[in-house]
Design a protein around this ligand. Structure first.
Ligand code: HEC
Length: 215
């Protein structure tokens, strides 16, 4: 009789676990970061990645602000379409180490910015953290990349100014929306609110570049 009781008890606890899991309440523990690095690798990824991510973030923001000032929102929208990736490549080339820079997100406007599988895991992790407790989202994180590469990530949040082109479609300038729809028929990057996680800057540190940052 003993085993039967045990089986029944096991089946019951299984049903209970299922019931509890489907309650849809906030998770009790924060999610775990994907593809973690050793502490030495992480230190190296931060040493090389943080300055490069800073240069890209500030560089793009300065050019965007300048484009809005000189060409208005419409001109700036076309400017973003044409110049964001070339500017990213320019800033990448200006780095001392041989790094690769990208902006990526789960809801992309430009399909060229869509995440690869490593980036997607990090973006899903950040979204899960945001759902668990927005305060727990780090300002930077590191993870393993493809092959022997290391990756540095800097989360980007939508500032009020960003909503001109990424906010509620009903509140956006229709001329800006027209340009976006024309250039990106499958755009997913509207509907953000101020403060919301918009994506990340990703810096990849290939194996050849890793010793450069060690000294
Ligand atoms: C004038 C319009 C405009 C403004 C303002 C604007 N963006 Fe964008 N954004 C675009 C366009 C157009 C693209 C697609 C071209 C590209 O950058 O690759 C884009 C792309 C992006 C991407 C790359 C991922 C994707 O969806 O393709 C990120 C990340 C991003 N924007 C974040 C921001 C943030 C953060 C702000 C505010 C600091 C901002 N944007 C302000 C027009 C704008």
């Amino acid at each position: 009789m003993e085993p039967r009781v045990t089986l029944k008890a096991m089946a019951l606890s299984g049903v209970l676990a299922l019931l509890l899991a489907s309650c849809g309440e906030a998770p009790e523990a924060p999610p775990l970061p994907p593809d973690p690095l050793t502490s030495e690798e992480a230190a190296q990824a931060i040493a090389l990645g943080a300055p490069a991510a800073g240069a890209l973030g500030e560089g793009l923001l300065a050019r965007l602000a300048h484009a809005i000032d000189s060409e208005g929102l419409e001109g700036a929208t076309s400017f973003c379409s044409e110049a964001a990736i070339p500017i990213t490549e320019e800033i990448e080339a200006a780095q001392a180490a041989d790094l690769s820079l990208k902006r990526t997100t789960l809801r992309w406007r430009n399909p060229d910015n869509a995440p690869d599988q490593w980036e997607e895991r990090v973006l899903r992790y950040l979204e899960a953290l945001e759902g668990f407790d927005p305060e727990s989202v780090p300002v930077e994180l590191t993870a393993q990349g493809p092959g022997e590469s290391l990756r540095y990530y800097r989360p980007l949040r939508a500032a009020p100014m960003c909503l001109n082109c990424h906010g509620d479609e009903g509140e956006m300038d229709p001329r800006v929306l027209d340009i976006i729809r024309e250039n990106y028929p499958e755009d997913r990057a509207t509907g953000y609110e101020a403060g919301e996680l918009r994506g990340v800057i990703r810096v990849e540190i290939p194996q050849e570049a890793q010793t450069q940052g060690a000294g």
